[in-house]
Design a protein around this ligand. Structure first.
Ligand SMILES: Nc1nc2c(ncn2[C@@H]2O[C@H](COP(=O)(O)OP(=O)(O)OP(=O)(O)O)[C@@H](O)[C@H]2O)c(=O)[nH]1
Ligand SMILES: [Mg+2]
Length: 391
């Protein structure tokens, strides 16, 4: 009996131990495994700050920078002052842009005029090419008439003769003798003043900035006036241009009086004995008449203090006849002294140089040939025609 009891006790002990062990095991398996901590991601390399909106692109080929560009923005450094290249020889540097965009005009005409037989159909095509490139109807007729006479006299033509003929006729229409100098020479102690006008989007602010660079490159002390108070971004855009070349920018509150900003800019120019003050204006206001009234006022207010030496009308070469009509409206309000023809790199209608001068009776003084900071050149008719026709 006693041995039975012992056996039962042993069995009970075994059962209790087995059950306890299984219970522990079961609890263990129901517990979620401890979360595995992912390895720490390596810290991201410090990123360079994105350039501000409307900031200009670097043209490394032509711009020297002092001091060498900083890689990061920390710690904050003073804005770099660039040393832009001078204005001379710019059009030669940019002629490839013209040659590329004006192939229809130049090469097209060369090909047509080189044909053995120049019948009426060919002359019609020549006429269409000129009109299609915005040369304008009257100048086209003069050119075609001249070319017909000259070709008759010549008889058979060598490629050199055809090229010479075209060059001569295009140059005659462009007016190689027009005075294209920018009036930016100071009057004793008083700075010269240039006013930049035009409809919105034509490239006024960009041209003002590029011109400031180019004048700084020519050794002039420039002050800029941000008289486009229509939107705050306009003054910021000009400020970016000014900062890059160390040109002071005079600005006013958004929605403020543009004439008063222009006046202050001229006053600042006089105070710091600048050579040139360039005033950028708005391309739009709430009403069209308002804009024209405002421009007239800006000019009159400046004239209380200084002479407005140059009124540059900025015209977008891609807008053709439409742009020309707008130009007329400006010409009636302010006495335009020169045209800055922008975006010539983006249109095949280079003939607008001829028609706009004819319509407004004012020379093209500057041409915009790209969005780069140094893509503005003093207009040189000879280089222009050579670029159209190729060497
Ligand atoms: N391809 C090319 N683009 C140009 C040229 N000139 C200006 N632009 C571009 O035209 C656009 C408009 O230029 P802005 O200078 O802001 O024009 P704006 O006349 O001041 O415009 P608003 O202030 O709105 O009246 C910008 O994207 C410029 O980069 C040029 O010669 N060639
Ligand atoms: Mg602008």
């Amino acid at each position: 009996m006693e041995s039975y009891l012992g056996l039962i006790l042993v069995i009970a002990l075994v059962v209790v131990l087995t059950a306890g062990g299984m219970f522990l095991l079961f609890r263990q398996s129901r517990k979620a495994p401890p979360p595995v901590k992912p390895p720490e991601a390596p810290p991201l390399p410090p990123r360079e700050q994105a350039p501000p909106r409307g900031a200009v692109k670097e043209d490394e080929a032509t711009t020297t920078t002092v001091p060498p560009p900083a890689r990061t923005i920390e710690p904050p450094v003073a804005p770099e002052i660039e040393v832009p290249p001078p204005s001379a020889g710019r059009m030669v540097r940019l002629r490839a842009r013209l040659a590329r965009s004006q192939t229809t005009l130049g090469k097209g005409l060369l090909e047509l005029l080189s044909r053995d037989r120049l019948d009426d159909d060919v002359w019609d095509e020549i006429e269409e090419t000129l009109i299609g490139a915005d040369v304008g109807i009257a100048p086209t007729q003069v050119m075609v008439e001249e070319l017909r006479t000259r070709v008759k006299v010549l008889g058979s033509r060598t490629p050199e003769e055809v090229r010479g003929l075209l060059k001569e006729q295009l140059l005659a229409q462009i007016g190689p003798d027009m005075d294209r100098t920018l009036h930016v020479v100071k009057h004793g102690e008083r700075p010269a003043v240039a006013l930049v006008v035009g409809v919105n989007g034509t490239g006024k602010t960009t041209t003002t900035g590029k011109l400031a660079r180019s004048l700084v490159g020519d050794g002039k002390h420039v002050v800029l006036g941000a008289a486009d108070t229509f939107r705050a971004a306009a003054a910021d855009q000009l400020q970016t241009w000014g900062d890059r070349v160390g040109a002071e920018v005079v600005r006013g509150p958004e929605g403020g009086d543009p004439a008063s900003v222009a006046f202050d800019a001229v006053a600042k120019g006089m105070e710091v004995k600048a050579d040139v003050v360039i005033v950028d204006t708005a391309g739009r206001l709430h009403t069209k008449t308002g804009l024209m009234d405002e421009l007239g006022k800006v000019k009159r207010v400046i004239e209380k203090k200084a002479t407005v030496d140059e009124v540059l009308l900025v015209l977008d070469a891609t807008t053709g006849q439409n742009g020309m009509r707008q130009a007329q409206v400006f010409a009636e309000v302010v006495n335009i002294t020169g045209i800055a023809l922008t975006k010539l790199d983006g249109t095949a209608k280079g003939g607008i140089v001829i028609s706009v001068q004819r319509e407004l009776g004012v020379p093209v003084k500057l041409v915009g040939l790209g969005e780069g900071p140094d893509d503005l050149a003093p207009f040189d008719p000879e280089v222009f025609v050579d670029a159209l026709l190729g060497d």
